[in-house]
Design a protein. Structure first.
Length: 368
């Protein structure tokens, strides 16, 4: 009897049982894009508008993709090609200065791409349809995959001026208004808020089709389902080993390899930023609250050396710190420390690590 084949990599001894015809969606064309959307109008909530009118500036905190409305239209002069119109709806959060008051609003971004989606003239009906309309009218299915954008910059503009041509207030779907939770200020009754966002997305066109694929066997789960156990709490506790190490701590603690590696990388990244570099190639290696902590420790030692002439926590980097500290004023060092502390605050609220560190790198570079 042939060996049983399970989902995963197929060994060389596994044999194909039969060719199976399946109904699925085939991707005919796709594209990926990295959009930097500058000066996108933000429609604040009524409560946020009152705070913006009293503010001098706003700094971004986060941006959340609420929904993407996708429409596909045929290009008449180019058979087989279609335009995919995507409207992104974002919930944008910021913080006013002075006061550090939180503000929130809605931003809308329209995007159009052209993709190949082939042609189909057949009208498809199914028994589970509730009406006599075909499942598709010859158009391919547009699919958009996106992650939450990175909020790069925010600015306030007086009502009398504008960074873009004035447009008529657009209709906003009710489900978006419900998701915002508050009434939006759609007219110019105070200061205007604009945001710059970084958006990553993948857009593709798909069609239902029938494909012939090799089949090995029916997929039957090997793992049995487990429900809640009837064990009483004391029985569960009896199976836990006695924590001997907790009662007899070691004489010395040696940092593990991961700790040393992260600390060293964070120190090198901080030094590179102070030299005016943008080490984005090592961003993912330090993008964590621990990495921000090591960078903050580096800057605090620089401040201590600048004011008191000593280094407390990063003695292994004494040469770098002592040579760099005289180049910066204590005020500039404190500004960088504040940016690092703010980044740690955002990370503690589960903000995206990559986006937080991208913004952190940019803030430090601008400060220098």
């Amino acid at each position: 009897m042939a060996d049983k084949v399970v989902p995963g990599p197929v060994e060389g001894s596994a044999a194909v049982r039969e060719a199976v015809c399946i109904h699925t969606r085939k991707i005919f064309d796709s594209c990926r894009d990295k959009d930097c959307v500058e000066d996108l109008r933000v429609y604040p909530t009524a409560c946020s508008q009152a705070k913006l009118d009293c503010a001098l500036s706003v700094r971004p905190r986060s941006a959340e993709l609420l929904c993407a409305d996708v429409h596909v239209k045929e290009i008449t002069f180019n058979k087989g090609y279609y335009t995919v119109d995507v409207t992104y709806f974002y919930r944008v959060r910021g913080e006013t200065f002075p006061g550090c008051e939180p503000v929130c609003g809605l931003a809308i971004f329209d995007k159009r791409v052209m993709l190949f989606g082939s042609q189909a003239s057949a009208k498809v009906f199914a028994s589970d349809d509730c009406c006599c309309d075909p499942c598709e009218n010859g158009l391919p299915i547009g699919v958009v995959e996106s992650v939450d954008p990175i909020a790069l910059h925010m600015k306030l503009v007086d009502c009398g001026s504008s960074v873009e041509p004035e447009q008529e207030p657009r209709a906003i779907p009710q489900k978006i208004l419900d998701a915002m939770g508050e009434e939006l200020s759609l007219t110019c009754c105070g200061k205007k808020l604009y945001v710059t966002l970084g958006q990553f997305s993948i857009i593709r066109l798909e069609r239902d089709t029938q494909l012939l694929i090799p089949a090995y066997d029916y997929c039957m789960p090997d793992k049995a389902c487990q429900g809640s156990t009837e064990d009483d709490p004391c029985s569960m506790f009896s199976r836990i080993h006695f924590p001997i190490d907790e009662f007899f701590p070691p004489d010395c603690v040696t940092p593990d390899e991961d700790y040393r590696s992260l600390r060293g990388t964070a120190q090198e990244v901080m030094a590179a930023l102070l030299r005016g570099e943008l080490p984005f190639d090592r961003l993912n290696a330090v993008a964590s609250i621990e990495g921000a902590h090591f960078m903050l420790s580096y800057m605090r030692d620089m401040l201590t050396y600048r004011t008191l002439g000593r280094i407390d926590q990063n003695a292994d980097r004494a040469d770098d710190i002592s040579s760099m500290a005289p180049r910066f004023t204590t005020g500039r060092i404190n500004c960088i420390i504040e940016s690092l502390a703010n980044a740690m605050d955002r990370l503690s609220t589960n903000a995206p690590a990559a986006g937080t560190f991208t913004r952190l790198f940019t803030e430090i570079t601008e400060e220098l």
